[in-house]
Write a protein that binds this ligand. Sequence first.
Ligand code: MV4
Length: 447
Amino acid sequence: MFKRVLIANRGEIALRILRACRELEIESVCVYSTADKDAPYLRLADRAICIGPGPAKESYLNIARLIAAAEIADVDAIHPGYGFLSERPDFSQACRDCKIEFIGPSPEAMGKLGDKVECKRTARASGVPVFPGSEDAIEDEEEAVKIADEIGYPVIIKASAGGGGRGMKVCHNEATLRTQLRVASQEAQAAFGDGSVFIEKYLEHARHVEIQMLGDKHGNAVYLWERDCSLQRRHQKVIEEAPAPLINREKLRRVCQAAAKMIQTAKYAGAATCEFLMDGKGDFYMLEVNTRVQVEHPVTELITGIDIVKASIQIAAGEKIPFKQEDVHIRGHAIECRINAEDPAAGFRPSAGKIEIWQVPGGPGVRLDTHVVPGYVVPPNYDSMIAKLIVHADTREQALDRMARALREFKVGPIHTTIPLHQRLVTNTDFRRGGVDIHYLERLLRA
Ligand code: MV4
């Protein structure tokens, strides 16, 4: 096992990784930007190293500075967390070049699954269902029109290098497809340095269901079942839960098995998530693979009892996945609310500043993943998520009631948070019935 690990991240996930290291008896080295210099979790680390000023490009996104910190602290491995450099093959490669273990996939596995056209090819070969559409990047307009005629409109144009909904164009007819192809390719070139685009059938009413997986360096892969993340706003998840309500578990099991085979084929080591859209018939279509630990991993931890962050470290150290597929059992229901420092009553305007009041929920079945303490100052430089409130109970209804109870206990001021939005959602009759689609929240907010 590693002696010392550098945590190349900040906020709640840095603290989450630090806790896993402590339980594995690994020394932890935190890095921080000057904007985070007073963050209290830094005091829990064995060492903390300043890597630059507030702007992420000069600190948490700066590969040279992170590698320099890792060499100074003489660590065995780096955990990237989520966001920042976590899905960058060049960072995984830089770690390899410097003989530091990257806690995540190899640059090869990351590249194979990170490029969407390449990922769909791997998926098809493993029996993972994908949307009908172009099998390769679109070479010319006529080819795209031909494929669209075969699969039928509407179609969606996506950037091969894209992700998180950026650079997508929905086309309802041939004329828009022709004009949007050029626009999409130019935008993809400007945004990702890669103008490759592909098209697929567009699904209007869908739910977002994703499968949590782990692969190890010995060729093993397991699935930890699904999460439903349909409640989103501007491609940002707001609430996640597991198991997914109203789902055909037999269909899901087959998709899980194929997804596990896919990451095995890709020689993938670490935590991965395979994202799907599910249609009204309960059929699945893969969107993309996230090659990192995700924000919402705790809901899976609560229903399976498996520590995903610990497992990711053990896997990077060369250990086998510490359990077998047949040992994965689902118990109860878990829900996560992402608490952001934003004002839902003012168009979700960021609400940075000093947190004077911070009275947190607790009690049975309540988990709060946060780096915030009373007096904490939310820096303006980063993502607005300041806490994740996760609850676990025997049934979905009990979990929703428990979440409502926990949200009532949660007092934050004077900054604004998304707590009032969550209070509204957990009592919303449509959401409580289960099975709301990916456009539900934006429709609700517009109404
Ligand atoms: C789609 C789609 C409908 N049909 N692909 C958005 C994020 C990116 N990962 C893929 N996305 C979508 N791809 C086809 N063929 C609809 C979306 C989509 C979406 C997906 C998941 C969660 C929220 C979403 C909101 C709008 C659009």
